[in-house]
Design a protein around this ligand. Sequence first.
Ligand code: SF4
Length: 363
Amino acid sequence: MKYLDEFRDPTLAATLVENIHRRSTRPIRIMEFCGTHTVSIFKHGIRQLLPPTIEMLSGPGCPVCVTANADLDWAIAVAAEPEVILITFGDLLRVPGSRSSLEKAKADGAEVRVVYSTLDALQMARDNPDRAVVFLGIGFETTAPTIAASVLQAEAEGVTNYYILSMHKLTPPAAKAILDLGKARLDGIIGPGHVTTVIGSQAWEFVPRDYGLSCVIAGFEPLDILQGIYTLVDRTEAAQPEVTNVYSRSVRPEGNKVALEYMYRVFEVCAADWRGMGEVRASGLKFRERYRHFDARERFEVHPGPALEPPGCLCGDVIRGAKTPPECGLYGKVCTPHHPVGPCMVSSEGTCAAYYLYAGEED
Ligand code: SF4
């Protein structure tokens, strides 16, 4: 299959693995920021191919996992409003909030619908002019431009029953927060490939400049990831920290200017609440004044009560790279993909789910 098989070539993979083993002489801790990388690393058995000098950690790169319970509780509460049709991407449905989940709210009679694209959400608003359609704006810089585009389209068409609950997160500030916390003791970062297609590799220059670490922007196929790991090992061994883009078939230094223009026309930067990290300054997106009539929080006043975390769940630590899933006492016993306790086990890109599905007992 063109564009896929060439990035899964076993001979080239073996050469890269050999190069990594030859180049790596001292311990190095690498965090992959993105949940798609986490799943690909586990699925292709990449951890098992690496020398013992390399420790791989998973970061906060799953939008479902990092959504704070306070935001999820708000969404569950607004879904109960009789005039509301709540629209969400599927992964969020089963995530337990403080007292309920969107799945339970739906079972209790709330109108909760799942979509696969932003355009489907806007279409639901067009199809239901007598209802208030609230779309959960969850995701990183990859999703926010598409939601901004749907807002601009709604404005152009005069759609007045379409609202967004903006829970968007920006990735570089979260990486900064993790590096500032210092608990993960990182030597290098595999930056998120999809996100960096939008924001550009230049957005990661702070990693070598402010922290003296290397950052590699990699794609999601096995050769992409192995090339990324080799690059991080090589830069660390040479003590020459830098940002390297090994995903040049998708990522440019300046990113996607059109997507960024859409995003910042509708939204502006604000502080955001992250699960496991609390409030991180300049890491979220809120509506600009001009588009505030699309903001679900402006339209609805609901009081979901105080946010609570599931007892015993270490998702916050897992997200920060401070703990691995098997260090959680609930992992694999009480908490499984069939009966998830925390979001990291619910989401298809969650670290706990990836460990459970692919790592077996050995980790
Ligand atoms: Fe939370 Fe379950 Fe992961 Fe433990 S195993 S951190 S309870 S999601």
